[in-house]
Design a protein around this ligand. Sequence first.
Ligand SMILES: Cc1cc2nc3c(=O)[nH]c(=O)nc-3n(C[C@H](O)[C@H](O)[C@H](O)COP(=O)(O)OP(=O)(O)OC[C@H]3O[C@@H](n4cnc5c(N)ncnc54)[C@H](O)[C@@H]3O)c2cc1C
Length: 335
Amino acid sequence: MSTSSFSALTTLRVGGTPRDVVTCTSAGELADTVAGLDAAGSSLLIVGGGSNLLVADGPLELTAVVAANEGIALIDATTIRAGAGAVWDDVVSFAVEHGLAGIEALSGIPGSAGATPVQNVGAYGAEVADVLTRVRLWNRETGVDEWVPADSLDLAYRYSNLKFTSRAVVLEIELQLAARELSAPLRHLGGERLPLAQARENILATRRAKGMVLDAADHDTWSAGSFFTNPVVPPEAADRVADLVGEEGMPRYPQPDGRVKLSAAWLIERAGFPRGYPGEGAPARLSTKHTLALTNRGGARAADIVELAREVRGGVAKKFGVTLEPEPVWVGVEI
Ligand SMILES: Cc1cc2nc3c(=O)[nH]c(=O)nc-3n(C[C@H](O)[C@H](O)[C@H](O)COP(=O)(O)OP(=O)(O)OC[C@H]3O[C@@H](n4cnc5c(N)ncnc54)[C@H](O)[C@@H]3O)c2cc1C
């Protein structure tokens, strides 16, 4: 047990001090720790890499339980099992080294393997739901340690029934991959397939250029990734936005249910918030490489990130009548 602040536990590097921090290096220890705290009625927060968390400043009445069970193994020729605390990018690298395709497009996403089902991580046309077969959960409601099928998690765009509910702890995950030399079609390359290792390098380079690979020396990466999800709106609302902007080529992605997904980054820019907003010297700014990332320039507190999030969200709502929803999990703060 030790104390440490959330500014050291999260990639936004903001947030106050939990009551204590417990680091769990096995699935059993993770389940037992959570069970013990639950039995004592003590509030807790599971933390992986802290890359999708915005936690309030000041002392916090909760225990941070850090998942650090890091094993990654081949279960059969094409199935990988990873501990919740494994670094996700190590899982991707392991898959590529073993000639297994399916997650190469998810290279460089920060954080832990155990958090990938929580918001069904995705990038470049792939998402973990494509390959996730089952998840070992510690069910906090029933006290049962069980493998459940991925389709019981309601995986959808940046969503699962684990997100915001804290109903269960992911102890391990299993992925079914394909023994293949070529990657899945890469959306940003017009559907081209590349040899796996090359696909991984291409994705990492593309992400780095946008500040989407963690780099302590680059404040554009002191973020929680995309801060808002892309809003899905009725077609009339999308038409209204297009009319208001009066520009050809507004990004719009028709959804199976008839609604339309818009680009949050495009809306933010058209609402008057360019990259780097509000400018040099501000403790919290939009990334200078990617409009959707809210970043800590070194001295920000959680309150600064929240204030910027509110301003951007309010500006988009005022201009377009579209409400942006934050993607990260926020704890002790209201956005
Ligand atoms: C630079 C950058 C780029 C990013 N790019 C992407 C991207 O391309 N695509 C994408 O989808 N996301 C992206 N993200 C967001 C983030 O990396 C992912 O959501 C990631 O899966 C979070 O993992 P984590 O271990 O850091 O989770 P944390 O931030 O530690 O936790 C996030 C939430 O999951 C819960 N949680 C964590 N572990 C467990 C567990 N074992 N069991 C139950 N609940 C758990 C936490 O309690 C919390 O509610 C990016 C973030 C950054 C900083």
